[in-house]
Write a protein that binds this ligand. Structure first.
Ligand SMILES: C[S@@+](CC[C@H](N)C(=O)[O-])C[C@H]1O[C@@H](n2cnc3c(N)ncnc32)[C@H](O)[C@@H]1O
Length: 364
């Protein structure tokens, strides 16, 4: 399989992710209390060799950070939670120094990220380019991993989905919703492989007693892979592309060979993978109703801009830059049709929060 590396729109201009990531910001805000409580409940303060609380460097990594600004808010939430835990135990003098690693694909616009780092911050910052589906850090070196709105990105589109001779060929669609069951199966298999690699790498990199917090859109438990409101939004893009084929604006073969490398799992599809990995275990699993995100769905122009910020590069690579404006001029109308259709079930738009902990094996 060809590994598709691409990034969100860079810069802080009008089509950049920086100004078009309010949906993801609301998700982080809605999960903030849960993130902080979970950290405080499961954090074990580091001890030094004399079994007193030591003052080491505390390392945090945000995986799939993009260009900001949401990553800065997430990091602040984590540092506040850790700092409060020290204060609650009257250990103010032992509050560690924080080092934050911002990770994303090498194509990510790290310059915009670094230019916009908060001036008043409680940490030193470093960038870590590379795919989170593989190793990024030394063994046992990160105290808290965090990842928001990123783990649904696959390492690439499964090969069979692009193969006209395969029963999983996804002709005229860009996702697995409304497609043959073989398409959804191919996507699910790709997700399981990718997410296994993700957790295997983190299990090695997470420090003793370390934590891994994940926030992502998910499907409600018990729903079929092909029933995904989050994915329906991306299939609206597919419908727009097919309209453009019918009007002679895009070649049909180009749409037939284009697919989004995305998968939205259920909570148990995540926890089943985690349970197979040695050295980590799931401590918190919560499905969160996307209440505030839903209120944003009526604003289809904003939805279109947000979709553009995350898909422009991948569309550009496949179709070329000439049709991008036309696609996104049409998207608000397509979203309106979808939101009015019987297949739109707002209550099925959900987030998943997971807290995973390193299991420390005692030597005795
Ligand atoms: C929608 S953005 C979320 C950004 C940020 N976490 C937030 O909450 O706004 C998803 C990010 O995940 C990154 N991403 C996708 N696949 C990745 C991978 N394999 N390794 C590292 N980053 C990845 C994308 O490049 C993108 O910047």
């Amino acid at each position: 399989m060809e590994v598709d590396s691409f990034a969100m729109n860079g810069g802080d201009g009008p089509t950049g992710y920086f100004v078009n990531s309010r949906f993801q910001r609301i998700q982080c805000d809605e999960a903030k209390a849960l993130l902080q409580c979970s950290i405080q409940k499961h954090l074990v303060l580091p001890l030094d060799s004399k079994m007193s609380i030591s003052k080491p460097v505390f390392r945090i990594a945000d995986l799939g950070c993009s260009v900001g600004p949401n990553t800065f808010a997430s990091v602040d939430s984590i540092i506040d939670a850790v700092t409060s835990e020290y204060k609650a135990k009257c250990l103010d003098s032992k509050i560690p120094e924080f080092q934050v690693f911002f990770n994303d694909q090498a194509r990510n616009d790290f310059n915009t990220l670094f230019r916009n780092l908060p001036a008043e911050r409680a940490y030193t910052a470093a960038g870590i380019p590379g795919s989170f589906h593989g190793r990024l850090f030394p063994m046992a070196s990160v105290d808290i991993f965090h990842s928001a709105s990123a783990l649904h990105w696959l390492s690439g589109v499964p090969d069979e989905v692009k193969d006209p001779l395969s029963p999983a060929w996804n002709r005229g669609k860009v996702t697995y919703v409304e497609s043959a069951p073989e398409v959804a199966e191919a996507y699910k298999a790709q997700f399981q492989k990718d997410i296994m690699e993700f957790f295997n790498a983190r299990a090695m990199e997470i420090a003793d007693n370390g934590l891994l917090a994940i926030l992502m859109l998910c499907r409600p438990e018990g729903t079929a892979v092909s029933c995904s409101v989050a994915m329906d939004m991306f299939e609206c893009l597919g419908h727009t592309l097919v309209d453009m084929v019918n009007e002679g604006l895009i070649e049909e073969a180009l749409v037939d060979s284009f697919n989004m490398p995305l998968f939205f799992p259920t909570a148990s599809e995540m926890t089943e993978v985690i349970s197979e990995i040695q050295g980590i275990r799931t401590e918190v699993v919560e499905e969160i109703q996307c209440l505030r995100e839903k209120s944003m769905l009526g604003d289809t122009s904003t939805m279109s801009l947000q979709l553009r910020a995350i898909t422009e590069e991948i569309l550009n690579k496949h179709f070329g830059p000439g049709i991008i404006d036309t696609i996104f001029q049409r998207m608000p109308q397509k979203f309106e049709e979808y939101l009015r259709s019987p297949s739109f079930a707002a209550e099925k738009l959900q987030n998943l929060f997971l807290l995973v902990k390193k299991v420390t094996v005692s030597s005795g």
